[in-house]
Ligand binder design. Structure first.
Ligand code: NAD
Ligand code: GLY
Length: 358
């Protein structure tokens, strides 16, 4: 078992990573001060892990809210169903929400916890690689809007993140690869050693070697905890964790959240951001090629869909990094260092979009 602290003063919390944690009652109960618990999960994860989890609590009053599975259900409507469950079970401010699932469940449940009775405690129990390396940490909660991804939400930190690595055994291969995209992102923007390690160890990760996965999760959480502790509300530094996301979110929205998994869209977005970084002279071509090769090695897509540059540019306008109408982008200065800037030639962005999206 490995614990990493997210240092945010009174809102600090531990991330615990290890095997068998979903049935570690002592660990879970530390973070559930009251009697009432609402487990929020989805139709897929509930079949696999809900009984295992709830079997751990003897003295609690446990209710369940089982949401439909899929990014297209990350909406105000499903968040509303979580509120309905909290109200139906007469839950008060001392209730705890347990978010059992991937990033979709975590984002919805966290948002409901952030806003129900102006905020109640919640614990992230991430069950996908993507959620264990990224989305369960850092307190970004929210839902999508027809006009764009994650447009409605709140920063609200969990009381704890408990990542049971055993859950990854049932994860489909495609989902595992999607999670690897966010690990690669951490290497790109922060840790060139992690990037090199990934280049060497990718076969082990794809074969679900427990030690390799544990390292990828721990190192990712350390990086995310460091960045979030320095800039919780994304005033500056935290935006680097959005590397690939401005283009990626546009790809997801343009394809109705159905064609690409989040990590797949981020993989494409990272390549496009690296291409723009290269076009404006920030990085050399070999860096761009290393990124393409590692994404291929991870079995992630490297050819963007021909959805049209104009459409992408329109969707990019709704990105949360836009300031006074100007699209700020996360670009690479070198492997392991990213910048957030709106100082790039517009013609270079347009040429990049035209090349990748048609
Ligand atoms: P997801 O939550 O849709 O989970 C992927 C699939 O795996 C789903 O079908 C789910 O039911 C299934 N699943 C979950 N755990 C499983 C398990 N152990 N075994 C078998 N199947 C399992 O997707 P995701 O990739 O986990 O998360 C993507 C979401 O996270 C996106 O909405 C993205 O915007 C969000 N996100 C949020 C943050 C943040 O900081 N809040 C960061 C990155 C991504
Ligand atoms: N996934 C980006 C962030 O949490 O800031």
């Amino acid at each position: 078992m490995h614990t990493i602290q997210v240092d945010l003063g009174a809102a600090s919390y531990p991330i615990t990573i290890g095997s068998g944690l979903l049935t570690d009652r002592a660990l879970l109960e530390i973070h559930i001060p009251g009697r009432d618990v609402l487990v929020v999960t989805n139709t897929t994860v509930s079949k696999l892990y809900l009984a295992k989890l709830t079997g751990s609590f003897a003295q609690k009053r446990i209710a369940e809210c089982i949401l439909p599975d899929g990014e297209q259900h990350k909406t105000l409507q499903t968040a509303g169903w979580v509120f309905d469950a909290l109200v139906a079970h007469k839950m008060n401010r001392d209730a705890t929400v347990l978010a059992l699932g991937g990033g979709v469940v975590g984002d919805i449940a966290g948002f409901a916890a952030a806003t129900y009775q102006r905020g109640i405690g919640y614990v992230q129990l991430p069950t996908t690689l993507l959620a264990q390396v990224d989305s369960s940490v850092g307190g970004k909660t929210g839902v999508n809007h027809a006009g764009g991804k994650n447009l409605i939400g709140a920063f609200f930190q969990p009381r704890a993140v408990i990542a049971d690595t055993d859950a990854l055994a049932t994860l489909p291969d495609r989902e595992l690869k999607s999670g690897l995209a966010e690990v690669i992102k951490h290497g790109c923007v922060w840790d060139p050693m992690l990037f090199s390690w990934l280049e060497r160890e990718m076969p082990k990760l794809l074969a679900r070697d427990a030690e390799a996965l544990a390292y990828a999760i721990s190192r990712s959480c350390e990086i995310k905890a460091t960045v979030v502790a320095r800039d919780e509300r994304e005033n500056n530094l935290r935006a680097i964790l959005n590397f690939g996301h401005t283009f990626g979110h546009a790809i997801e929205a343009a394809t109705d959240y159905a064609r690409y998994l989040h990590g797949e869209a981020v993989a494409l977005g990272m390549l496009i951001a690296a291409d723009l970084s290269h076009r404006i002279g920030l990085i050399d071509s070999p860096v761009k090629e290393r990124l393409r090769e590692i994404l291929m090695l991870a079995g992630l897509p490297t050819e963007a869909p021909r959805i049209g540059a104009a459409k992408v540019q329109q969707l990019m306008q709704m990105d949360k990094k836009v300031m006074s109408g100007s699209i700020r982008l996360v670009l690479l200065e070198k492997l392991g260092r990213a910048i957030v800037t709106d100082r790039y030639p517009r013609a270079a962005l347009e040429a990049t979009l035209a090349e990748h999206f048609g």
